[in-house]
Ligand binder design. Sequence first.
Ligand SMILES: [Zn+2]
Ligand SMILES: [Zn+2]
Length: 320
Amino acid sequence: MRNRALDRGWTLNEYRLGPAPQTIAGKHRTVAVEIPPISDEAGLYRALGLDFIPPELRESCGEFEAAESGTLPRLIEPEDLRGTFHCHTTASDGHNSLAEMVEAARDLGLEYIGIADHSRSSVQAHGLDESRLKVQRAQIRALNETVTDIRVFSGIECDILRDGSLDFPDETLAELDFVVASIHSTLNLSEAEMTKRVIRAMENPYVTMLAHPTGRLLLKREGYAIEIPAIIDAAARTGTWIELNAAPKRLDLDWRWWPLAKRKGVRCVINPDAHRVARLQDLSFGIGSARKGWLTKDDVVNCLPLNRIEAELKKKRERK
Ligand SMILES: [Zn+2]
Ligand SMILES: [Zn+2]
């Protein structure tokens, strides 16, 4: 920005934008150059021949070139999000009931919410076995009869077992509206084994989305070894969505990977992984992260309205 200002005979620093001092006959002089009136940050960018670069993109990742050529993306905004998936209830390790979670999502203005409690192998999280899952499915069906202004989708956060198989057989998964697959155990495999394990899970036609793909816990635990470009390729090939987990301790998949995922045609899904009603608001962190990853509302599948998301949920199953 400073160099661009100098090219125009201006100086730009932390104090001011003004005429650049010039040396004339050995003396510093300030010569009168015209500086356009600037009232805000966007005006400054404009004066320097650039489209406004949103703060999230200021990472030296090609944003200047894009601003110069008028090709910056129109980044996703909080109000673009129409629904979300991957929320927990007291049926597993959540702190609020199904009805409370649904009501809170509706109060946030969401058109749909996907419930995905843990599966049976996540014993410490009180994971659901098939009979408890069946009860929850019935509860969701009943709730959809009575609740207005929001649709509830019935899913599961299904553990990916050590060999890449899933915690439930296909017949069980087929009864659900969607399946979130994720890893919670045996995190110490080699990168090759872990990558193979996750790809095998994504090849299952019922796995709608891959949750928190590296398992990192910020400031606490590094992600497990996994080859993300291979995961992105497999997601593109199989039609599996990749989650941007919006919990501030995760923000997983990291924003740095999303430009690659987008180029490969992978759909992002922003989920709060909420374990209580208040954490539904973590969605805003997911939006911020998606913006850093150059994502627009067309890249994020849960920006689709209710009347289009249902078909989208079925797409991968119908390919098999
Ligand atoms: Zn999880
Ligand atoms: Zn979860």
